[in-house]
Design a protein around this ligand. Structure first.
Ligand SMILES: *[C@@H]1O[C@H](CO)[C@@H](O)[C@H](O)[C@H]1NC(C)=O
Length: 193
């Protein structure tokens, strides 16, 4: 009888211990995912910044961002829920990474052959050294003397939602797997669908 009780106590004790461990693991996980969510400017547009989004299908109201959001990486168009905030300064597209965050700059691939049809784009902590970004109306445009473009606002969204400069004509001989888009600033307090 005594042994039986001791055994039950041991089982209970180990169960309590195990569940305490699970709780601790969960709370650490929640803390780290909260920390990640808090980095960046948040989901309310900050003064002087813009959302940037496509306005026609197949990327209607998909927004400029990285994945994970607000860190260096490939520029993509994705959900309004994870949209980044941007502005242009001195020809650079700058991403708002929140108070105290290191700003990120939108880069454009410099090809060996300037007639290359698609130029990759990505965000990183250094300034872009190839070409100049300017708003034309509300459209985000990019130009450089080295690359002859028919439409400075022509972009392509290709595999994995990656955003490319389209050095060719808009909606003409669109590269396989890509969609023609222009992208535009939007200054509502919240990004939306
Ligand atoms: C950002 O730049 C750093 C240093 O130049 C480089 O090591 C890193 O790979 C770059 N990251 C991306 C995502 O381009």
């Amino acid at each position: 009888m005594l042994l039986h009780i001791l055994a039950i106590q041991a089982i209970l004790a180990s169960g309590v211990f195990a569940s305490a461990q699970v709780d601790k693991t969960q709370s650490l996980y929640e803390q780290s995912s909260n920390t990640r969510r808090q980095s960046g400017p948040g989901t309310t547009l900050q003064a002087g910044w813009y959302w940037v989004r496509a306005v026609v299908q197949p990327n209607y109201h998909k927004y400029l961002q990285t994945k994970p959001t607000n860190v260096a990486g490939t520029a993509i168009l994705e959900s309004y829920r994870t949209a980044g905030q941007y502005k242009i300064e001195d020809g650079q597209v700058i991403a708002n990474t929140g108070t105290g965050g290191t700003p990120l700059y939108l880069h454009v691939e410099k090809p060996a052959d300037f007639t290359q049809r698609t130029l990759a784009t990505w965000f990183n902590v250094t300034k872009n050294d190839f070409g100049t970004f300017v708003w034309q109306g509300d459209a985000l445009t990019w130009s450089t003397p080295e690359v002859k473009r028919q439409n400075l606002a022509a972009w392509l969204v290709c595999a994995n939602q990656a955003l490319f400069i389209n050095t060719g004509a808009y909606a003409y001989q669109t590269p396989a797997g890509c969609a023609d888009q222009t992208i535009h600033y939007y200054n509502d307090a919240h990004a939306n669908e």
